[in-house]
Write a protein that binds this ligand. Structure first.
Ligand code: ADP
Length: 481
């Protein structure tokens, strides 16, 4: 019954209101019982009666007998008990002798300052007293109604029935109605965004990614914000998964079509001469190699994503590594009629996976050669700076449009296949892998480029500490092809 947030809110308010009213009721009840007003009113009555009697008796010289009649009449008409004590505290007169006797305290005992006195049965009386000129004492008394005695009296029942309970129940009823209204409002304020999240989640399950508005209390707003973020991430993850599958299929389709076509031609006997057979087999080999490279690249990226890539970290002679890369690519640069230079300053030791870093620099220099026109220059430069080593690969090639600079490190991102000089389209995975390898070494890779002037790719690698592992490498003259 109280499963919904709204019902629970209402129940909470109801319980709180019930508790508050109960505590208030108890407080009021205790106040009524302890309330001194009833006693004060009685004392006031006694004071008024006394001053009246004082005025009447001041000059009179009534005898005790006459006094007794007068007092009895007065007692009856005012409903007050009158007592007269001799100067020696002996009871001379009591207008209500049937009540339990009241003894007036003797001379050295002062009567109660609170104007209360107990009779012989222990009942409390409120009184006022007057010591007359002759020394006798007139006492006017009323039974005490307030305090614990009130509990026994019918007066309390009357107060409760007439004053206390109706107001209490009225207040309770109003509070409950307000609680229901407030709980309904509060409930919809809190649950509206939650309901929106619920509806949006169902929509996500149905494939519709929608954002929800940020409203309600802070916690619910934060939840809605996190939800929006999550939906956005799930969406982009799903999108990139779909893109990934589409890209992989596309990249595999081209070589597969080629392999299919040439193998079919061999089977059909269309390829009959030895040369054409050689050519077909060559193309099948190239396409198979391409597919193999693609699969290896994809496996590498998957390992980086899963964090399971194993880097063979060792102390690195970066100059040697860069020289090797440049030397291996010299023939390719020569074929492309591109000048390839190497300029390495004295470098401290870095730690890293030699083969993986060679893969990074090979990819960068290979890209630079491919995107540089005849007689252009590709330069590899390295130097150390505080605790990093900077390696720049510069080219005087076609450059990269500014709006594409951020995207070239994305997987499968290719600017324009038709620009490739050797006609062989890349996969668009090279820079993505280079970035992953550099990051895994605690470094970073950046690019600056101007269309028509060329590009500069920079790899920054941290230097190994402590100093004893840092070795100096002698500067080498620029290597010109
Ligand atoms: P690919 O295997 O296609 O070369 P990369 O990830 O290595 O993939 O490069 C991504 C894209 O960045 C390429 O399509 C290419 O157009 C562009 N690119 C990379 N290096 C350069 C460069 N030095 N000059 C101009 N464009 C470049």
């Amino acid at each position: 019954m109280f499963n919904s947030l709204r019902a629970r809110l209402w129940l909470t308010y109801a319980i709180i209101i019930f508790l508050i009213l109960s505590i208030l009721g108890l407080g009021i009840f205790v106040y009524i019982i302890r309330n001194p007003i009833i006693d004060r009113q009685a004392i006031q009555r006694l004071d008024i009666a006394l001053s009246f009697i004082q005025r009447q008796l001041n000059d009179s010289s009534l005898s005790l007998r006459q006094n007794q009649e007068y007092f009895n009449r007065l007692s009856k008409s005012l409903s007050i008990r009158l007592l007269l004590f001799s100067p020696e505290r002996k009871l001379l007169l009591d207008t209500e002798p049937e009540e339990s006797s009241i003894l007036w305290p003797d001379n050295d005992q002062k009567p109660s300052l609170q104007r209360r006195i107990n009779d012989l049965d222990g009942n409390t009386w409120l009184y006022v007293s007057w010591i007359r000129p002759k020394g006798d004492i007139l006492v006017l008394a009323l039974p005490r109604q307030g305090g614990i005695q009130l509990l026994k009296s019918s007066q309390l029942r009357q107060i409760l029935r007439d004053d206390f309970l109706p107001s209490f129940f009225r207040a309770g009823l109003i509070a409950f109605v307000l609680a229901i209204i407030f709980a309904a409002w509060m409930g919809s304020w809190i649950t509206a965004p939650l309901k929106e999240i619920e509806a949006a989640s169902e929509a996500v399950a149905a494939g519709e990614y929608r954002q929800i508005s940020l409203q309600g209390p802070d916690e619910v707003k934060n939840l809605a914000g996190s939800y929006n973020e999550m939906v956005q991430k799930v969406h982009s993850t799903q999108q990139s998964q779909q893109d990934f599958v589409a890209n992989v299929s596309h990249e595999l389709k081209t070589p597969l079509t080629s392999i299919q076509g040439f193998s079919q031609a061999i089977l059909d006997g269309t390829v009959d001469s030895k040369e054409s057979l050689q050519k077909a087999a060559g193309i099948i080999k190239i396409e198979a190699d391409r597919m193999y490279r693609l699969v290896v690249d994809l496996l590498d990226l998957a390992r980086f994503d899963a964090g399971t890539i194993n880097l063979d970290r060792k102390k690195l002679d970066l100059e040697d590594l860069l020289t090797n890369v440049v030397n291996r690519l010299k023939p390719q640069a020569g074929n492309a009629r591109v000048h390839l230079t190497l300029d390495v300053e004295t470098l401290p030791t870095c730690v890293g996976d030699r083969d993986r870093l060679a893969q990074v620099f090979t990819n960068l220099v290979d890209n630079a050669i491919k995107h540089t026109p005849f007689e252009g220059i590709v330069g590899v430069k390295a130097w150390s700076e505080s605790d990093v080593v900077r390696i720049q690969i510069m080219d005087s090639g076609e450059g990269i449009p500014e709006e594409q600079l951020d995207r070239i490190f994305e997987r499968f991102y290719k600017i324009d296949k038709s620009r490739k000089k050797d006609g062989e389209p890349g996969t668009g995975l090279g820079l993505a892998i280079a970035q992953q390898i550099t990051n895994a070494h605690g470094g970073q890779i950046t690019v600056k480029s101007t269309v028509g002037e060329g590009s500069v790719f920079e790899v920054i690698l941290p230097v190994v500490k402590p100093d004893d592992s840092t070795v100096s490498i002698r500067r080498k003259e620029p290597d010109l092809l």
